[in-house]
Design a protein around this ligand. Structure first.
Ligand code: MRU
Length: 366
């Protein structure tokens, strides 16, 4: 995607061929900064502290992290240790273990002298595949948006209104995004779209990242508080919801950012179609029941008790600050994801087409 006239991906192998560049998402939307990962420890920290985030990007960073470990020491012990360590950074998105498994399966059968090049090739392939998968999701999703626009009583001159939660745009992947890819395709093809952006407390990935992406692309959007979506649906102001997923079971239960479930309930109650953009890398075929089986990441209380923003001082100096929101003696609870059961989902937008939310249909993807 284009930022300040330059085409960016969220992660890349640097020119030296041995280190990895990433966009530092903890600084957005205030500053656009990149940082360098030189070791698997750097990659693990980047995932853990959410310098990179979003299920597909976490997976690609894991793959490059394993490559960095192999560059240093290509023994079985080092690979197994690094894989475990990287895997432990964030528990919910399945893409992380999927990508680590792919790289280690590729390199472990090889002699040590060949492992470094093989890891580099596999990580690059995973990144490249992510881009084409997301672009295909965009293409299939565009067809859905065109159909909605054509069926709309408002006519095609009025924008269709899409609501999205969290950030499932290009910042959550290598490029294009999952849930936002259809919106980018629609905008570029001249279809009028407007996006309701859930701010997505506690870390505000919607307000900070989705809004940043849409603004860079010149797409009409409005940030709303997380609780406004139901009201907007009741008022007929949402034509469709599109969200991403961090892990999807074979039965079609979807685990995504906390609050996704409530959007799905409101959508069902108001007959608003609820779509999930699902790359194959996010499908966990070993699980059936999302509510009982998917590990939910519980994050720090501080993300709830504090909020981060930019302070603009009188002399116009800008500073990123954390402010506290409630009594220091009060406790907070911070589950980062929830599960939306397949019965609440209209369809999956995947790289092979639109799939019904059930095991039979998902089998085509697996
Ligand atoms: O905690 P995050 O910011 O990594 O959560 C990201 C999400 O919940 C996204 O919606 C999800 O990864 C799907 S992304 C394509």
């Amino acid at each position: 995607m284009i930022i300040n006239g330059k085409d960016w991906r969220t992660i890349w192998l640097r020119e030296d061929g041995v280190s990895v560049g990433v966009i530092d998402q903890t600084k957005l939307p205030y500053e656009f900064k990149t940082c360098v990962l030189r070791s698997s420890e750097d990659a693990a920290k980047a995932i853990k502290y959410m310098i990179v985030r979003g299920a597909p990007l976490i997976g690609v960073t894991g793959a490059y992290g394993l490559m960095l470990a192999i560059q240093k020491d290509s023994s079985d012990t080092s690979i197994i240790y690094a894989k475990k360590h990287l895997e432990s950074t964030r528990p919910t998105a399945i893409n992380l273990s999927w990508a680590l498994e792919r790289v280690s399966k590729k390199v472990l059968p090889l002699p040590q002298t060949q492992r470094r090049d093989a890891a580099r090739e596999e990580a690059a392939l995973i990144a490249q595949e992510d881009i084409s998968v997301c672009e295909s999701i965009g293409g299939y999703g565009l067809q859905i948006l065109k159909d909605i626009s054509e069926r709309s009583s408002k006519g095609t001159q009025e924008p269709i209104n899409i609501l999205t939660h969290c950030n499932a745009g290009w910042l959550a992947t290598v490029d294009w995004g999952t849930a936002l890819a259809p919106i980018y395709k629609a905008h570029r093809s001249g279809l009028k779209v407007h996006v309701w952006v859930d701010e997505t407390r506690p870390r505000n990935q919607g307000a900070a990242l989705t809004a940043f992406e849409l603004a860079c692309e010149g797409i009409s959007h409005t940030v709303i508080v997380d609780n406004a979506g139901g009201y907007l649906m009741q008022m007929g102001k949402v034509d469709a919801v599109i969200v991403g997923t961090d892990r999807t079971t074979r039965a079609g239960d979807v685990c995504n950012k906390i609050g996704t479930y409530l959007k799905a309930l409101a959508a069902k109650d108001n007959s608003v179609p609820f779509y999930v953009a699902l790359p194959k890398s996010t499908l966990d075929w070993t699980l059936i029941d999302g509510i009982t089986d998917i590990p939910i990441e519980i994050r720090s209380e501080k993300e709830v008790s504090n909020i981060r923003g930019q302070l603009i001082q009188e002399d116009k100096k800008k500073e990123i600050v954390d402010v506290s929101l409630f009594p220091l003696s009060s406790r907070a609870f911070n589950p980062a994801f929830d599960v939306t059961q397949s019965r609440l989902i209209t369809a999956f937008i995947t790289e092979i087409g639109i799939l019904e939310p059930n095991e039979n249909s998902l089998r085509r993807l697996s």
